[in-house]
Ligand binder design. Structure first.
Ligand code: TXA
Ligand code: MG
Length: 355
């Protein structure tokens, strides 16, 4: 299979009409189209067509018990797929849709088991990205889409990442430039009266609380999941976001942490490894002129830039064939909770205290 690579005209999406028409034809005949969203690129299929959805699992190498998010392009579509929308869910929809928040509802039977991973619930997202909305609208059906990466790899934040992972396995990639947020959507369950956070993202705990009051937080967001502690979002239990490169997170007060990172990097280098330091702009000067490969993450004072670049930097570790890389831990508050959640998984929970 040849994968069709199509760019959109960012400034005038109307000009890209042909691209979206072509994409919609592919979706209608049960094919797979990767498309941009403001979080990460998605790999889309008709959410109501179980045969099409099965192809997503094949292309990604994704376990079939891991449900997909269903994407819509207008609010009225929600009624067609969700059985009940609680008052708190209504408030979240008002506050955050369209945007990087996925909400889980009891599902209607129109959603096939293949899409919901056999669960009686469905995860729904209304993306803000204009190209995503054009695409979904052109298709005229809800679009099931996981992140458009090979299962286990960091999520794709550019069309090039998608091409690297899925070239020849999918029908088309719509290139809409770099993803704005760079981390997958925040996921909450709104089944029943309560709101429970299943995956942290750019819509932070504080932002959610401001709208609905107290929320529950799945314990596995903070700690390593195991046999006794299973995440409520099935996908969060799998090895995730992992480059081949060995990532070590260094914890501790700033000066101690950067010193220790440099020491670890230099030691690895002396042992013949190709070592990298993933650094913030603020810390960069400290690591220069040591013969270590430096990867720029963004500004610590502006953690959104770090969130936006994290997956790209993790992929760059592999592009540069680094065998190991060291990165400082970030405070687990605000967007930092999502950054650390992804980072811990990328590092296989390899965290060390600066000495
Ligand atoms: O930002 C995003 O959410 C991106 C873009 C493409 O929209 N999508 C995305 O999908 O990250 P994916 O498949 O990589 O992650 C979806 C997560 C998985 O951990 C899955 O287990 C969980 O959502 N999930 C989906 N449906 C669920 C359900 N009914 N109950 C609990 N967890 C669910
Ligand atoms: Mg994913």
């Amino acid at each position: 299979m040849e994968t069709l690579f199509c760019s959109t005209d960012e400034n005038n999406l109307r000009k890209s009409d042909k691209v979206f028409k072509r994409a919609a034809e592919i979706i209608k005949r049960g094919g797979l189209v990767a498309f941009p969203t403001e979080t990460v690129y998605g790999l889309g299929a008709n959410a109501l067509n179980s045969r099409a959805v099965k192809k997503i699992y094949e292309a990604k190498g994704r376990p079939s018990d891991n449900p997909l998010i269903v994407h819509i392009a207008s609010l009225p579509e929600l009624k067609g797929i969700a059985e009940e929308v609680s008052p708190k869910a209504e408030k979240l929809i008002d506050a955050f849709w369209p945007g990087p928040l996925t909400i889980i509802f009891k599902k209607k039977s129109i959603i096939p088991d293949e899409t919901s991973g056999g669960l009686d619930t469905v995860a729904v997202r209304f993306p803000e990205n204009a190209a995503a909305r054009y695409f979904i609208r052109a298709c005229g059906v809800p679009i099931a889409a996981p992140s458009a990466n090979t299962s286990g790899k960091p999520s794709p934040t550019s069309a090039k990442h998608v091409l690297n992972d899925l070239n020849g396995k999918i029908d088309m990639i719509i290139d809409g430039g770099e993803a704005e947020f760079g981390l997958e959507s925040t996921i909450v369950s709104a089944v029943g009266e309560e709101i429970t956070l299943l995956r942290p993202g750019s819509v932070t705990v504080d932002m959610l609380k401001e709208v609905v009051g107290e929320i529950n937080i799945d314990k596995t967001i903070l700690t390593k999941p195991d046999e006794n502690l299973r995440p409520l979002a099935p996908g969060m239990k799998y090895k995730h976001y992992s480059p081949l490169c060995n990532i070590t997170i260094v914890k501790g007060e700033r000066e101690k942490a950067v010193k220790y990172m440099a020491e670890l990097g230099e030691k690895s280098k002396a042992e013949g490894e190709k070592a990298g330091i993933i650094t913030t702009e603020e810390d960069r000067a400290f690591f220069e002129n040591r013969g270590l490969t430096l990867l720029d993450l963004g500004r610590e004072s502006d953690p959104e830039t770090i969130a936006a670049r994290l997956f790209k930097v993790l992929r760059t570790c592999d592009d540069l064939h680094l065998s190991c890389a060291f990165i400082k831990a970030f405070p687990e508050k605000g967007i930092g909770l999502a950054i650390m959640n992804r980072l811990k998984k990328a590092a296989g929970y390899n965290i060390t205290e600066a000495r």
